[in-house]
Design a protein around this ligand. Structure first.
Ligand code: ATP
Length: 319
C-alpha cells in the first residue's frame, strides 16, 4: 500500500531523511520508532504529500506522491503530532465543519458525525465544547477528523504522546479497531512496549536512516547475531560442563557458560543453523531436555540498533 524507495530529504545543512526505504503492506500497522530528530515526522509528512522530497520515490496505493498528490490525499488521513482545534466549537460542530470542508453533502453529515463519535467513544460528549475535553479526548476527536473522508491509509504522528496511561490504552484499542476495519496504519511512537503489542511491522530509524525493519516477528526473532539460547540436559553421563566445553568449540558460538543445571550460549546463527546445531548435539549423545531462546524485547533491539549512532547529520554530504 505504501512504498518508500531511497527517500532523502535535506533541509539546508541538515539531512533529515537519508536514503530511506520501507514497504507497508495493505492492512498492516507499521510502527516507526526513533528518537527525537530521527526523521519520523519528515518521512510521514512526505508520505502525506505535505512536504516534497529532495530525492527518492514514494507511492501510496500505486500513486506517486509527487505526480498524483490529489489521489494520494483522497486515500490517506494524516494526524500531526501537534494539532490545533477550534476550541469555541462543540464536538459535533467540529466534525461537521471538517466533513463540510471535505465536501461531504449536508444530508449525509449528521449520520457520519454520529458514527465517527461512536467510533472514537465521544458520543456522550457531542454537545460539549472542544476546549472542555481532556487531552485524550481531543486526541481521539482529532483522529475522528482524519477519518472524515474515510481514508484507507492513516498516518499518525505520535498519537499517544502526552496521554496518561488510561488514555493511551483507549487510543491503542481504537487503533486496533481501525485495523479490523481494514485500514493501513503508519504510527510513530517512543513507547516501544505499546508498539510491540499493536504493530504488525516495525521500522527503527536513526539519523534519518532505516536501521532495522521488517515484520514484528522478523525484528524480534529474525536476528542472526548475538542470539542467547539456554539448554538443559536430562540427567545422565554428560554434565552441563561437558556441554559448555563442546559448545565453546563450535564456530557459531561466541561463548557458553554454566548456570546451575542450565548452559547459556551466545550464538551467531539463523533459525536453520540453530536447528542444525541442536540436531548435532543430540546425535553426539547430549540428552537435550530443553532448548529455548531468550528473546530480546523491542526496547533492547532498539537500543542495540541505535547504539553509538550519530544524531542527524549536519553538514554531512550523503553518498
Ligand atoms: P520528533 O520526534 O522530535 O518530531 P522526528 O523523528 O519526527 O523527531 P523530524 O522532525 O523529522 O524528526 O526531524 C529530523 C531532522 O530534521 C531534525 O534534525 C530536525 O531538526 C530537522 N528538521 C525538521 N524540520 C526542519 C525544517 N523545517 N528546517 C530545518 N530542519 C528541520
Amino acid at each position: 500500500m505504501i512504498e518508500v524507495t531511497d527517500l532523502t530529504k535535506r533541509y539546508r545543512r541538515v539531512i533529515a531523511v537519508d536514503h530511506m526505504s520501507l514497504t507497508v503492506p495493505a492492512g498492516a500497522i507499521y510502527g516507526l520508532i526513533g528518537r527525537n530528530g530521527a526523521g519520523k515526522t519528515t518521512t510521514m509528512r512526505i508520505i502525506s504529500t505535505l512536504l516534497h522530497p529532495t530525492s527518492g520515490r514514494v507511492r501510496v496505493g500505486g500513486h506517486d506522491v509527487m505526480v498524483e498528490p490529489g489521489k494520494v490525499r483522497r486515500l490517506l488521513g494524516y494526524m500531526p503530532d501537534f494539532f490545533g482545534v477550534y476550541d469555541d466549537l462543540k464536538v459535533w460542530e467540529y466534525l461537521d465543519f471538517y466533513a463540510a470542508t471535505e465536501g461531504v453533502p449536508a444530508r449525509r453529515r449528521p449520520g457520519m458525525v454520529s458514527d465517527l463519535l461512536e467510533l472514537v467513544d465521544l458520543a456522550p460528549k457531542r454537545e460539549e465544547y472542544v476546549d472542555s475535553l481532556s487531552r485524550g479526548m481531543k486526541q481521539r476527536l482529532c483522529l475522528a477528523h482524519t477519518l472524515v473522508h474515510d481514508p484507507q491509509v492513516l498516518i499518525l504522528d505520535e498519537p499517544a504522546s502526552g496521554l496518561d496511561p488510561r488514555a493511551r490504552i483507549e487510543m491503542r484499542e481504537l487503533l486496533k479497531e481501525l485495523r479490523t476495519m481494514g485500514k493501513t496504519i503508519v504510527i510513530s511512537s517512543h513507547i516501544l512496549s505499546e508498539l510491540a503489542d499493536l504493530c504488525t511491522h516495525i521500522g527503527i530509524v536513526e539519523g534519518g536512516k532505516m536501521v532495522v525493519s521488517g515484520t514484528l516477528d522478523e525484528v524480534l526473532y529474525g536476528r542472526t547475531r548475538g542470539r542467547l539460547v539456554r539448554l538443559r540436559l536430562a540427567p545422565g553421563e554428560q554434565t552441563p560442563e561437558d556441554l559448555a566445553a563442546r559448545l565453546d568449540h563450535e564456530p557459531l558460538v561466541r561463548g557458553a557458560a554454566v548456570l546451575g543445571s542450565v548452559v547459556e550460549a551466545t550464538v551467531d546463527a539463523d533459525d536453520a543453523a540453530l536447528a542444525d546445531l541442536l540436531g548435532r548435539l543430540v546425535r553426539e549423545g547430549f540428552p537435550v531436555a530443553s532448548f529455548s531462546e531468550m528473546t530480546n524485547t523491542l526496547e533492547e533491539i532498539f537500543l542495540q540498533a541505535t547504539a553509538g549512532q550519530e544524531q542527524p547529520a549536519e553538514g554531512r554530504e550523503s553518498a
